[in-house]
Design a protein around this ligand. Structure first.
Ligand code: SAH
Length: 233
């Protein structure tokens, strides 16, 4: 089955962008996912196809109009979740990415300027999702981030089925560090245990590393991990 992505944007040329290459590009060619991009400006008003106007209540910048955005949504709306990429949204999590990957697809609405008139967000019951606590100039890069995270989880997209299972955020811990050849590089050896052939020792070392890295970098995740019943080392 094809996972269907719709994008609503005033910069359609930004898609598929980086998702046309590599894993996602191959998966699109193999019809594991499909992309349909709507130029919101096609629904703009007047000779200049205006999509924005000045904010009620005053203040800097422009706001995307509810009527224009709503008209752009109508032709693509269906049972898929409508997601408005927004710095005010709930932070994107791997759990939500996984749910989206298991569904039929998503409709991704990209804001520009100061954002989108609140009424259309509410009327369409859009889910607001943020990709982090910083402000981008538009929702397009955020939509690409969300899509990249989903596409790699679609059935048959990743080379090794298990490579999605062991990594950061699927487990409650951040991932252990990786090493490959050469075994000695620039005076730096790889940890001995990894070349020992002792699988139990390797697994124990990786778990200890993952715990240590998580505890020092992300105490919030580490506390969740301990609270979920893991034994403190
Ligand atoms: N005035 C807004 C910022 C608008 S940025 C505010 O202060 O909250 C313009 C658009 O970029 C937004 O409508 C949204 O679609 C997108 N955007 C900016 N930062 C984002 C983030 N962290 N996550 C997802 N989308 C973001």
């Amino acid at each position: 089955m094809t996972w269907r992505a719709d994008i609503l944007t005033i910069f359609p040329a930004m898609f598929p962008g980086p998702l046309g290459d590599s894993l996602a590009g191959k998966a699109q060619a193999a019809q594991k996912w499909s992309l349909n991009v709507t130029d919101i400006r096609d629904f703009g008003l007047g000779r200049h196809r205006n999509v924005d106007d000045t904010p009620f209540g005053g203040g800097a910048g422009m706001v995307m109009r509810a009527d224009v955005v709503d008209a752009a949504i109508t032709p693509v709306a269906d049972e898929r979740p409508l997601i408005f990429l927004s710095p005010r949204g709930k932070p994107l999590t791997q759990a939500r990415v996984r749910e989206l990957a298991e569904g039929p697809g998503a409709i991704l609405l990209c804001g520009r300027f100061e954002g989108i008139d609140q009424r259309v967000i509410e009327a369409r019951e859009a889910e607001e999702i943020s990709i982090g606590d910083y402000v981008l100039s538009g929702g397009e890069l955020a939509a690409l981030v969300l899509l990249d995270a989903v596409i790699r989880l679609l059935p048959g997209v990743m080379g090794h089925a298990e490579s999605g299972v062991e990594e950061s955020f699927s487990a409650p811990l951040l991932e252990y560090p990786h090493y490959t050849r050469p075994a000695l590089w620039d005076g730096r050896a790889v940890p001995d245990v990894l070349t020992s052939g002792n699988h139990a020792a390797i697994a124990a070392w990786r778990l200890a590393q993952a715990r240590h890295i998580t505890q020092s970098r992300r105490p919030d995740l580490y506390n969740d991990y301990i609270a979920s019943g893991a034994q403190a080392p």
